[in-house]
Design a protein around this ligand. Structure first.
Ligand SMILES: [Zn+2]
Length: 315
């Protein structure tokens, strides 16, 4: 990952990459070789006033809708681009499928963002930093204003191609590690804090109006909903973030925040959430080590599509 750090230093300071490299080598000598290349790179970055966030790399198979801060290394397996027109405005969108040994994900690049892809081609490995939204085909990576798309020096051998459509399963048969679809109503939503603070600059977690890197900030809010889904065969605790959470509770996070702010009580939001609606929920079964129980981490939510339901029954 040292190439990422060098690229970041270079792009923020305008210093050519080989010069940054020399500085890192000098730093290692200065410290009598007591430090790794990466460690030296962090120090050089700091001295030049460039902030490097510690990279928390995600396996592609673990990406879920609503993540605000996703670091992903993937191999480019497919690229397509098309022009579109919406409300009289012309635009372009590029779809890049990235994969690793745990799955694949779509990276959508819009208009000027497409320039960041120049020089890349199928088979290259890239490091993407961005956020995850629910797209037409499930979760998709977006760069947004602060995202980056850089070359990675890692080698990814095999890419696990995953079916875009999740296999339907009764809750009683869910097992750890599976990506599955369930059809069930939400029968209970837990209270407690459903909002968390996000730094508007780096999209990292913030606490009490402070970001570790950016100091005092006016936070944006993320939404996390947990509850119980029950399909008659069994029940499971479900957890959903942001876009997926909004769909699950049938209201936007702004609406939820408004309800909360009016009464300063979480119940004001919880009581407005309609329970018992049949939903089709895609997600991943994961073990919560802290509480030693299974959870269904929601990836996407849709209402019941009767035509599709009948086809599923007949299949
Ligand atoms: Zn921040």
């Amino acid at each position: 990952m040292i190439t990422d750090i060098i690229q970041k230093i270079s792009s923020e300071t305008g210093m050519p990459e080989d010069e940054v490299n020399d500085k890192i080598e000098e730093k290692k000598l200065e410290l009598s070789g007591m430090i790794s290349d990466e460690g030296a790179a962090y120090i050089v970055a700091k001295e030049l006033g460039v902030t490097i966030r510690k990279i928390q790399r995600l396996n592609i198979g673990n990406i879920i809708t609503g993540m605000q801060n996703a670091d992903v290394i993937g191999k480019i397996v497919k690229v397509s681009e098309k022009a579109f027109e919406k409300d009289g405005n012309k635009g372009r969108v590029m779809s890049v499928i990235l994969g690793d040994g745990t799955g694949t994900i779509r990276l959508s690049l819009w208009n000027d963002e497409i320039d960041k892809f120049s020089g890349f081609t199928r088979g290259d490995t890239v490091h993407v930093r961005g956020f995850v939204k629910e797209g037409l085909f499930g979760p998709e990576l977006r760069l947004g204003r602060y995202g980056t798309l850089l070359r990675s020096d890692e080698t990814i051998q095999d890419v696990l191609e995953r079916k875009t459509e999740y296999e339907r399963s009764p809750i009683s048969e869910l097992a750890e590690g599976q990506h599955r679809q369930i059809r069930a109503p939400i029968v209970q939503v837990f209270g407690g804090n459903i909002f968390y603070e996000i730094c508007p600059v780096c999209k990292g977690r913030a606490k009490e109006w402070k970001c570790q890197e950016h100091g005092d900030i006016q936070p944006e809010y993320g939404l996390v909903i947990s509850g119980i889904a029950d399909d008659g065969t069994g029940n499971i605790r479900i957890v959903a973030f942001n876009d997926a959470a909004e769909k699950l509770i049938g209201m936007s996070k702004f609406e939820a925040k408004r309800l909360f702010d009016m009464k300063k009580k979480m119940e004001a939001v919880i009581e407005k959430i309609p329970l018992g609606r049949e939903l089709v929920i895609d997600g991943r079964v994961s073990r919560n080590a802290l509480f030693d129980r299974m959870e269904f981490v929601v990836n996407g939510v849709s209402g019941i599509d009767m035509k599709r339901e009948i086809e599923t029954l007949l299949a």
